[in-house]
Ligand binder design. Structure first.
Ligand code: IPM
Ligand code: MG
Length: 363
C-alpha cells in the first residue's frame, strides 16, 4: 500500500514528536511492506511568521491532496501580539473546518505498565477504557455571533447547535459504541442550556436507530466528577465541542499523562487529521524531552481509520506497550527515582520494537 501523508509538525514540541512518529511509521512501513511518502508543511505560528497566515494555502492544498494529515501541535506564547484571527489556534480550527472534520475521537485507555503513573488509586483506575467522541465543527468554538462588543468592554461567544450537527456526531458515537461495549453516555448541561436540551432530544432520537446500544445522559459537571471517581464505568462519551475539550484533558490525566492521548479528527470525506490531544508545550519545547507517544499513537489511529488496517496499528500499539513494560519513561511519566529518556530515544525504541512485534504478528 502507498501511504501519502501531509505532515504538519506545527509549533513548540509538535515538530519534535512528529519526527519520532515518522520514525515509527517508517519502521512500520518497512516491516509490513508499505510505502510512506510525506508532504511536510507548516501550520500555526511557524507558518504565520513566514507567510502571515497560520494556515497557508499551500498547506491546505497539501492536506487536501494527501490521504490524511498528521498534525503535531499549534500554539506559541509570542502569538499573543497577533490578531486573534491569525493566531495558531485559528489556523487549526480553520483546518478542521476546511477538512470537514466534525468528529474527534479520543481513546483513553489505562496501559497496565502505567498504572502507577495515574494520580488515582489502582483500584479506581484499573480497567479504564473509554472513547470521547467530541463534536468538532460547531458549538462554542464556531457559532456566531462571536467577538468583542462595546469597544472591547464586553465580548460574546455563542453555543449554537443545529439538530443535523447533533445527529451526525451522535451517529459517530453510536457506531463507535457498536465496535465496543455498546454504551453511549451523552454529556450536556441540559438543566441550564437550550442548546443542550436540543442536544439531548436529538441524541435520544438517534438512539432509536441503535436499539442494540445503551444510551444515557449526564450533566457535564457530574461527568467531570465521575471521570475521577469511576473512570472505568465509561465506554463512549459523546460531548459537544467545548465539553469534550475539557473532559479529554481530565481523562488524559486519569490514565497517566496528557502525553499519551491520541486523537482522530474525521468527517464526511475520507482521510482526516490525526493529532495528539496535548498542545505545543512551549515550556519544554526545544529540550527534546516531550513524550512522543500521543503522536505515535495518533499515527496508529491514522492507519486504522484511513487505510482500514489492523495488524499495522496493532503492532504500533503493542510496541508502545512493550517499551513501557520494559521501563522506558519520558519525563512526564517518570515517578520518583525512575530515570527518563528523551523524545527521540522513545521514538527510536518504539520503532525498534515494531520489527519484533511485527515478526511475532506474522508468525
Ligand atoms: C485540543 C486543543 C485545541 C482545541 C486548541 C489548540 C485550539 O486544546 O485539540 O484539545 O481546543 O480544540
Ligand atoms: Mg484541548
Amino acid at each position: 500500500m502507498k501511504w501519502r501523508l501531509a505532515v504538519l509538525g506545527g509549533d513548540g514540541v509538535g515538530p519534535e514528536v512528529m519526527e519520532a512518529s515518522l520514525d515509527v511509521l517508517r519502521a512500520t512501513a518497512e516491516c509490513f511492506g508499505h510505502e510512506l511518502t510525506t508532504d511536510v508543511q507548516e501550520v500555526g505560528y511557524a507558518a504565520y511568521e513566514r507567510s502571515g497566515n497560520p494556515l497557508p494555502e499551500e498547506t491546505l492544498s497539501a492536506c487536501r491532496s494527501a490521504d490524511a494529515v498528521l498534525l503535531g501541535a499549534v500554539g506559541d506564547p509570542r502569538s499573543e501580539e497577533v490578531p486573534v484571527e491569525l493566531r495558531p489556534e485559528a489556523g487549526l480550527l480553520a483546518l478542521r473546518k476546511e477538512m470537514g472534520c466534525y468528529a474527534n475521537l479520543r481513546p483513553v485507555r489505562l496501559l497496565p505498565a502505567l498504572a502507577s503513573a495515574s494520580p488515582l488509586r489502582p483500584e479506581i483506575v484499573d480497567g479504564t477504557d473509554l472513547v470521547i467522541v467530541r463534536e468538532l465543527a460547531g458549538g462554542l468554538y464556531y457559532s456566531e455571533p462571536r467577538g468583542p462588543l462595546d469597544d472591547g468592554r464586553a465580548a460574546v461567544d455563542t453555543m449554537k447547535y443545529h439538530q443535523d450537527e447533533v445527529a451526525r456526531i451522535a451517529r459517530v458515537a453510536f457506531e463507535t459504541a457498536r465496535g465496543r461495549k455498546k454504551s453511549v453516555l451523552s454529556v450536556d448541561k441540559a438543566n441550564v442550556l437550550h442548546s443542550s436540551r436540543l442536544w439531548r432530544r436529538v441524541v435520544d432520537e438517534i438512539a432509536e436507530e441503535y436499539p442494540d446500544v445503551e444510551c444515557d445522559h449526564m450533566l457535564v459537571d457530574r461527568a467531570a466528577m465521575e471521570l475521577v471517581l469511576n473512570p472505568s464505568s465509561f465506554d463512549v462519551m459523546l460531548t459537544p465541542n467545548l465539553f469534550g475539550d475539557v473532559l479529554s484533558d481530565e481523562a488524559a490525566a486519569v490514565v497517566g499523562s496528557i502525553g499519551l492521548l491520541a486523537s482522530a479528527s474525521i468527517g464526511s470525506s475520507p482521510g482526516g487529521i490525526f493529532e495528539p490531544v496535548h498542545g505545543s508545550a512551549p515550556d519544554i519545547s526545544g529540550t527534546g524531552t516531550a513524550n512522543p507517544l500521543a503522536m505515535i499513537l495518533s499515527a496508529a489511529l491514522l492507519l486504522r481509520h484511513v487505510y482500514s488496517l489492523d495488524t499495522e496499528p496493532a503492532a504500533i500499539e503493542s510496541a508502545v506497550a512493550r517499551v513501557l513494560e520494559e521501563g522506558l519513561r519520558t519525563n512526564d511519566l517518570a515517578r520518583d527515582g525512575e530515570g527518563s529518556v528523551g523524545t527521540a530515544e522513545m521514538g527510536a525504541a518504539v520503532a525498534a520494537a515494531i520489527a519484533n512485534v511485527g515478526v511475532s504478528a506474522d508468525a
